[in-house]
Design a protein around this ligand. Structure first.
Ligand code: 13P
Ligand code: SF4
Length: 305
């Protein structure tokens, strides 16, 4: 089937099945275009928890679909490609978290949503790249454990000179790849451009940036800024919604290496098939879900700014 026809059929099926399609900002353009809602991890978990739809078709990676299953056990969370994982989420086990808790028993565990349900289940509260600072601020504790991303932990630490954040050694390979040399090169080519980077980048890269935000934070900044040109230090999928929302502005990738394969796995054909069959469904064991729910729900209660 041709792309346009497939997209129309997907919309027809979504209506017929009373399903809502959520897509992350890194998804391929043709998937973002056909979704009901797009967003960053925090927006997508809020949207999943608030939609009256009984069926949510999630286009992103598995931890995002799992988060929807954690907050909406009564909904059917269809996830077209169960094998779309996250390399950062694979870098930590529940035993790693328990080891950190044993070492720092006084410190609550703040878990980045980019982790699987078993990790959330042994955590006190979750965070995303959009709210890690607000989450740590809301905790009375002076010492905090953050997992699995060392870069998000070190970025968050900058806002709390009086608190100590212990962290696990995980990272996103597609953000870690961005170097100061890449930025120097990009700045040379685009001297007027504003540099925006994701908090998953290395500390020395963050030091160079004018703007450090989640994916939706970068979209908001670019819409509201009077600047005309931007160098974008995150997964290159974000270039599509940036340009779509700001056709008269220019966006340049900070590095062409920032490409997350898992984020590109779902095709229109996969989405069509998933809507037709309402399969595959992301499954979360109920006892683990209940424990993970506490951590996600606590995060969702924290006000946004
Ligand atoms: P955001 O929550 O900023 O969209 O990031 C998700 C992600 O996977 C970053 O690598
Ligand atoms: Fe995971 Fe990195 Fe891909 Fe985000 S970009 S889903 S953190 S591997």
């Amino acid at each position: 089937m041709e792309k346009d026809k497939l997209q129309k059929e997907i919309r027809r099926l979504a209506q017929e099945k009373e399903a809502i399609i959520l897509a992350h900002n890194y998804q391929p353009p043709e998937i973002q275009d056909v979704a009901d809602l797009t967003g960053d991890s925090l927006e997508l978990s809020l949207k999943a928890s608030r939609t009256p739809a009984k069926v949510v078709v999630f286009c992103g990676v598995r931890f995002m679909a799992e988060t929807a299953a954690i907050v909406c056990p009564e909904k059917r969370i269809v996830f077209p490609r169960l094998e779309a994982g996250c390399e950062m989420a694979d870098m930590i086990t529940p035993e790693d978290v328990l080891g950190l808790k044993e070492r720092y028993p006084q410190a609550p565990v703040v878990t980045y949503v980019n982790s699987y349900v078993e990790i959330k289940a042994v955590s006190d509260i979750c965070c995303t790249s959009a709210n890690s600072v607000n989450v740590v601020k809301a905790l009375e504790a002076q010492e905090v454990i953050m997992v699995p991303d060392k870069n998000l932990a070190r970025y968050t630490q900058r806002f709390f000179p009086d608190k100590k954040i212990y962290y696990h050694d995980g990272f996103c390979p597609f953000h870690e790849v961005l170097t100061v040399e890449d930025l120097q090169q990009a700045r040379k080519q685009h001297p007027e451009a504003v540099l925006m980077v994701h908090p998953e980048c290395r500390p020395e890269v963050i030091d160079q940036a004018e703007v450090v935000r989640s994916t939706s934070g970068m979209l908001k900044y670019a819409r509201e800024s009077s600047a005309r040109e931007f160098i974008v230090g995150t997964e290159i999928g974000l270039l599509y919604p940036l340009k779509k929302q700001n056709p008269h502005k220019e966006f340049y990738p900070a590095s062409s290496q920032m490409l997350c394969k898992a984020m590109k796995m779902i095709s229109l054909e996969d989405l069509y098939k998933a809507l037709e069959t309402l399969e595959p469904v992301v499954e979360v064991p109920e006892d683990i879900r209940q424990r993970a729910y506490q951590a996600v729900a606590r995060m969702l209660e924290i006000p946004r700014n």
